[in-house]
Design a protein around this ligand. Structure first.
Ligand SMILES: [Zn+2]
Ligand SMILES: [Zn+2]
Length: 346
């Protein structure tokens, strides 16, 4: 039996272990992918510390994956060995009503790569063939890995909010997702894009990515900056990527008439809403956005291929698999300079 190296979570709170495990075999509708890049996401830290639950141990983590097709199940058409592919991280049934209507992030049978099934911190991974989206050689593997989550998740959120040309957008939390949210909002035609974060370096990055104003909550008064930038109109779309009651409250308070608040950050605590002031007056909408859909992939790949979406500053560091725990530690320390650390395979 052929074996491979995989970085596995063997117990909550433990560093990942590099294990020698069998190379997985694709089913008839699956493909085997030789992993070339897998991004380390803060969700991985949550699986490790138990804040989010993986469904079995040991499990190979890694849900931001790109690679090359290395094997195909007998029913697979339209892909061939060597194709460069970016992987949608939910293995869905492909048949239910949610899957059929493009809401595959709500497939009741969905299993997530690196959470419910073995993921991409390994030399090989198996996924349903429909999860693979080919991308051109002009996009490096490490950038193509980020498309699957760090780009697709904020893209999906901004799509949910239906940003219109000239609208004012506030992005709260400029991490791996937020920095891409700034760029995507600009591409979607936003007028003012205001970035909010406690970290000066991240705010600098946001300006380089196209933010028109920044808010440092400990130094600035958000209301003043938003008022000046939007001519008093307020924010049309506020995207919350942190997951704290205070920042969700900030998102609501920043919006003007017709404002849409999109909650992407994971916040298990309650947030008080005043239905009259927060919703009825101003006809505001508070919505959630979870993961992304297969339908998001071709659009994002096209934006990256056309270089409208610039991911050249998004890969902060590439590490080999045997140094993956260093990447986890750096992300835990919230090293300012880090957008995404990516595990790459030669
Ligand atoms: Zn993630
Ligand atoms: Zn389904």
């Amino acid at each position: 039996m052929k074996t491979m190296q995989a970085a596995q979570l063997t117990g909550i709170g433990k560093p990942l272990e590099i294990a020698e495990v069998p190379v997985p075999q694709p089913g008839v509708d699956d493909i085997l992918v030789r992993v070339r890049a897998a991004g380390i996401c803060s969700s991985d830290l949550h699986y490790q510390d138990g804040r989010s639950e993986v469904t079995r141990l040991p499990i190979t983590l890694g849900h931001e994956v790109s690679g090359e097709v290395a094997g195909l199940g007998e029913n697979v058409r339209g892909l061939k060995r060597g194709d460069r592919v970016s992987l949608f991280y939910l293995a869905t049934c492909g048949k239910c009503m949610m899957c059929s209507t493009g809401n595959d992030n709500y497939c009741s049978e969905a299993e997530m790569l690196g959470k419910n099934i073995d993921g991409g911190f390994a030399e090989y991974v198996v996924v349903p063939a429909r999860n693979a989206f080919p991308f051109p050689e002009s996009i490096p593997f490490a950038q193509a890995a980020l498309i699957t989550d760090a780009v697709a998740t904020p893209f999906h959120a901004l799509k949910r909010a239906a940003v219109q040309t000239g609208e004012n957008v506030l992005i709260i939390g400029i991490g791996g997702l937020g920095i891409h949210a700034v760029q995507i909002a600009k591409i979607m035609g936003a007028g003012q894009v205001i970035a909010m974060d406690l970290d000066e370096d991240k705010l600098d990055l946001a300006v380089k990515a196209g933010a028109t104003a920044v808010i440092h909550p400990q130094k600035d008064t958000a209301e003043d900056i938003i008022g000046a930038a939007t001519g008093g109109r307020g924010i049309d779309v506020a995207v919350e990527l942190i997951g704290l009651p205070a920042t969700i409250r900030q998102a609501i308070d920043s919006t003007g008439i017709g404002g849409r608040i999109v909650v992407v950050g994971i916040c298990p605590e309650e947030v008080r809403i005043n239905p009259y002031h927060d919703l009825l007056l101003g006809e505001r909408t508070i919505m959630g956005s979870a993961d992304q859909c297969r339908a998001d992939f071709p659009v994002i790949i096209e934006m990256a291929a056309q270089k409208r979406l610039n991911l050249s500053h998004s890969v902060s560091l590439e590490l080999p698999l045997d140094r993956i725990n260093e990447g986890f530690e750096m992300l835990k320390k919230k090293d300012q300079s880090v957008v995404r650390i990516v595990v790459t395979f030669p």
